[in-house]
Design a protein around this ligand. Structure first.
Ligand code: P1T
Length: 424
């Protein structure tokens, strides 16, 4: 039973999570007029018949609402233990919708290490709208959070991501939420739960007001959909989010909603296998002479290992490491891991954040965080673990050899790419 993978590591699975994932959002018995299809139908129609002007049957226009999206949103709310969910066309579109509630002159506190695109949004798009962002190390500096809240009374939102991308720092969601609410209960605590999925962490139960995901990652799980979602127990906030879907328009297609709903059916099974493979990779790399330091909250060496055990219900397949070999040569030499951005799909991926996903983070901020050129991030997939470890070993050995020209040009290709600024 796959739950044993979780239980053997000392985690208690959320009650009924496998049944919820299998059935959430759609019940065939409720769709007699459609002949009770066993899986949700895809409603591609952009518009819906009205029997009199303004009198429709639940949907009028697909940007505002769509039956296939509705099924998915119900499933997402159920999995996250939330009252409401709203799906958007990407994870960044969720950030955009949440930030659009704020006004010029308002401020945000964001933890210092977040996905490069999240950082970029706050530094450029939000700031162009007159919204200031303070980046604070919320993993270790709670006094810094209190100081920031005290010194800037315009803070309206605190944005956390845990584990962080790509440094795998953990934020104590309960402690941060309590510290924020003590100052002002109207400040919104948003938690990006992308790295763990609702199978391994439910931030709303830990005190956050909103939980968001890049559904592009674990929830969909098949690297074939770009989408985001946002869950809350606040009717007022959900009303804003659905108003934003309708009025700003960053909504996903019915087909993508259907794919994501299909993907989440196997989320608990996949997460447990990601966890097993991720831990095995982390331990293997930690023992390698070619690796300086491995970052994975399941390792005893992780400074917040105890917080992980308390706050999470498992670990994902995300592993980061500082190498003693050329990181670009290493990722270029991998054969089973695909050298690519993104994460959370069934297949293993590897990347160099400083050149790829976090290239848009200003160099001084990257240097301060420790996102160096010897730092790699792995999204460990569902392959046989022996094959994954063998692939990592051969790539480390290859990268450790002085360049002799027998690497098929991998090292020099990687060097060339270092000058590219195409990171997403
Ligand atoms: O790509 P999109 O669906 O818009 O989601 C943005 C996003 C938000 N939050 C986290 C934690 C993320 O990791 C991402 C996207 N991240 C990558 C593409 C990446 O490779 O890290």
């Amino acid at each position: 039973m796959s739950q044993n993978i979780q239980k053997d590591s000392g985690f208690e699975p959320f009650k009924g999570i496998d049944t919820l994932a299998t059935h959430a959002g759609y019940n065939p018995r409720e769709h007699e007029s459609l002949s009770c299809p066993a899986i949700p139908p895809i409603s591609l129609s952009t518009t819906f018949y009205q029997k009199a002007p303004g009198e429709h049957f639940g949907f009028d226009y697909s940007r505002a609402g769509n039956p296939t999206r509705d099924f998915l949103e119900k499933a997402l709310a159920t999995l996250e233990g939330a009252r409401f969910a709203a799906a958007f066309s990407s994870g960044l579109a969720v950030q955009s919708a949440l930030v659009q509630q704020l006004k010029s002159g308002d401020s945000v506190i964001c933890n210092d290490d977040v996905y490069g695109g999240t950082n970029r949004y706050f530094r450029t798009i939000s700031s162009n709208a007159g919204i200031k962002t303070h980046f604070v190390n919320l993993a270790t500096d709670l006094p810094g959070l209190a100081k920031c809240l005290q010194s800037d009374s315009a803070v309206r939102m605190v944005w956390i991501e845990t584990p962080t991308n790509p440094l795998m720092k953990l934020i104590d969601v309960r402690a941060v939420s309590e510290a924020v609410k003590k100052v002002n209960k109207d400040i919104l605590v948003v938690c990006d739960n992308t790295f763990l999925s609702p199978v391994f962490q439910r931030p709303l139960e830990l005190g956050a007001d909103v939980v968001m995901h890049s559904m592009t990652k674990y929830i969909n799980g098949h690297s074939d959909v770009v989408m985001g979602c946002c869950m809350t127990n606040s009717a007022q906030l959900h009303e804003w989010l659905t108003y934003n879907q309708k009025s700003a328009g960053a909504t996903p297609s019915p087909f993508d909603c259907w794919l994501a709903h299909r993907g989440l059916r196997t989320l608990p099974l996949r997460m447990r296998q990601h966890m097993a493979n991720g831990l095995a990779v982390a331990r293997h790399l930690e023992a390698s002479r070619h690796v300086d330091r491995v970052l994975h909250p399941g390792l005893e060496s992780h400074p917040q290992h105890q917080l992980a055990k308390r706050q999470q219900r498992g670990y994902s397949g995300m592993v980061s490491a500082y190498l003693r070999v050329d990181a670009s040569a290493f990722v270029s030499a991998l054969r089973l891991f695909t050298l690519a951005e993104s994460l959370g799909g069934f297949e293993s991926l590897a990347e160099v954040p400083s050149i790829m996903t976090h290239a848009s983070v200003p160099p001084d901020q990257r240097a301060e965080l420790g996102i160096t050129d010897s730092f790699v991030r792995l999204s460990v997939g569902l392959e046989d673990i022996d094959d994954l470890l063998a692939d990592l070993d051969q790539a480390l050995e290859k990268a450790a050899k002085p360049a002799t020209g027998d690497d098929g040009g991998a090292a020099s290709d990687a060097k060339r790419r270092r000058t590219s600024k195409n990171g997403q």
